[in-house]
Design a protein around this ligand. Structure first.
Ligand code: ATP
Length: 343
C-alpha cells in the first residue's frame, strides 16, 4: 500500500491558484523530492500535506485514510506527520533532550528516556543531551531537529529545504547520513528543494514542478535519461541541442553525419527535431584536420569544460581529458545511446 496518495489536488491563496491538479503517490519507505524553481508551489504542497494549507479540490490520504478532501479535514497535529524545516525550528530555551522529547510528552518516563537514548544514538549526539541549541553546530542542530521529528514515530516525514543552511562541504555527507537513517527506519519522506543536486543525492524519486503543476514524476535517473520536454531536460542538467532529421528507426542525421540510437526512436522517418546531447555525451580528441576548434576551456578539477565551435554551432563539452587548450583543432565523436529528441 502506498503511504501517501495525492489525487487531483488544487489549492489557492485568495483565489490565486498555486497548485494545479497534482497527482503523486509515495510507497512506504520511499523518499520523493519536490523539485522546481522558486515560487512553483513546492512548499504549498508540503503545507497541504501537513494540514497547514487548505486544498480546494482533490484529496490527500495516508495509508488509505483521507486527511484532506471529500469533506474531511484532519488537524495537523493528528496527521502523524513529522516536519523538518530549513531553520531547524528548535526551542532555544530547551535542552537537546527536551527538544527531542517535545512531541512525545504523553509517553511515560521510562519509555521517554529509552526513546531519547535511541534517538541520540541514531543521530550520533549521545552525550550532548543537556546542551542548549546555541551550544551546537548547525549540523548538530539539524540532527536534533531530525531526532525530534523521528522521536514521534511519524508515518511520514516532510522536509522543507533542510540542507540549505549547511556548509556545502558537509552537506553531501549530511544528506547521505540522514537518508541512511530514514532508510534504516523505513520512513517515507517528502523533501522540498530547488537544487537538482540535492534531489539526486537524497531522493529516490523526483516530482518536477512548473507553475503549480507536476510536469514529470519518476525515478531520478529515468527523468534525467528520458525527460519529457526541454524544461525537464534543462532543469536536470546542461545540454546541447542539435537540429536533426530522422533517417531510420534507430538513426538520425545531423550537420556532421549520422548518429545511432540504442533504442527505437518511434518518430516518422524524415521528421525533424532537436537532439539533446549532455556535455559528457560528446567526446573530443585532438585532430590536426579536426572539424572543431576549442574556443573556451575551464578546468574544474577532475574534468574540463570546453566550448567547441564546430560549423556554425558552439557545443558545451565536459571531458576527462584536461590537456586540450584554447585554439586547438579537435574532432568529436558521440557514442550510440538512447537518443532524446524534442520537436
Ligand atoms: N501566504 C501566501 N499568500 C499568498 N501567496 C502565497 C503565500 N505563500 C506563497 N504564495 C505564493 O504561492 C506561490 C507558490 O509558493 P511556494 O512557497 O509554494 O513556492 P516554492 O516552490 O516553495 O518556492 P520557494 O522555493 O521559493 O520556497 C508563489 O507564487 C507564492 O508567491
Amino acid at each position: 500500500m502506498s503511504t501517501l496518495t495525492i489525487e487531483n489536488v488544487c489549492s489557492d491563496y485568495d483565489g490565486q491558484v498555486v497548485l494545479r491538479h497534482l497527482d503523486l503517490t509515495l510507497a512506504q519507505g520511499e523518499i520523493v523530492a519536490l523539485l522546481g524553481p522558486s515560487g512553483c508551489g513546492k512548499t504549498t504542497l508540503l503545507r497541504a500535506i501537513a494540514g497547514l494549507q487548505a486544498i480546494s479540490q482533490g484529496s490527500i490520504s495516508i495509508n488509505g485514510q483521507t486527511l484532506s478532501g471529500d469533506g474531511v479535514f484532519v488537524a495537523s497535529e493528528q496527521r502523524g506527520i513529522g516536519m523538518i524545516f530549513q531553520d531547524y525550528a528548535l526551542f532555544p530555551h530547551l535542552t537537546v533532550a527536551d527538544n527531542i522529547l517535545f512531541g512525545v510528552n504523553e509517553l511515560n518516563r521510562t519509555v521517554r528516556l529509552a526513546r531519547l537514548e535511541e534517538m541520540l544514538e541514531l543521530v550520533k549526539l549521545t552525550g550532548l543531551a543537556s546542551r542548549y541549541p546555541h551550544e551546537l553546530s548547525g549540523g548538530q542542530q539539524q540532527r536534533v531537529s531530525i531526532a525530534r521529528a523521528l522521536a514521534y514515530q511519524p508515518e511520514l516525514l516532510l522536509l522543507d529545504e533542510p540542507f540549505s543552511n549547511i556548509d556545502a562541504q558537509v552537506r553531501n555527507d549530511m544528506m547521505l547520513e540522514i537518508r541512511a537513517i530514514l532508510k534504516q527506519r523505513n520512513v517515507s519522506a517528502v523533501f522540498v528543494t530547488h537544487s537538482k543536486d540535492e534531489a539526486f543525492v537524497f531522493a529516490d524519486k523526483l516530482a518536477l514542478f512548473k507553475d503549480g503543476a507536476i510536469i514529470q514524476h519518476g525515478e531520478a535517473e529515468a527523468l534525467y535519461r528520458a525527460p519529457r520536454d526541454r524544461y525537464v531536460a534543462d532543469f536536470l542538467g546542461a545540454g546541447n541541442y542539435l537540429p536533426i532529421v530522422v533517417t531510420s528507426s534507430h538513426q538520425v542525421q545531423y550537420a556532421l553525419g549520422h548518429l545511432s540510437s540504442t533504442e527505437e526512436l518511434f518518430l516518422p522517418i524524415g521528421s525533424q527535431g532537436q537532439l539533446l546531447l549532455r556535455p559528457q555525451q560528446i567526446e573530443i580528441y585532438p585532430s590536426i584536420n579536426g572539424r572543431g576548434c576549442i574556443v573556451q576551456r575551464h578546468f574544474l578539477g577532475t574534468v574540463c569544460h570546453y566550448q567547441v565551435q564546430i560549423g556554425g554551432v558552439i557545443l558545451d563539452v565536459s571531458s576527462q581529458s584536461t590537456t586540450l587548450i584554447s585554439g586547438q583543432q579537435v574532432d568529436i565523436s558521440i557514442a550510440a545511446h538512447p537518443l532524446v529528441i524534442f520537436s
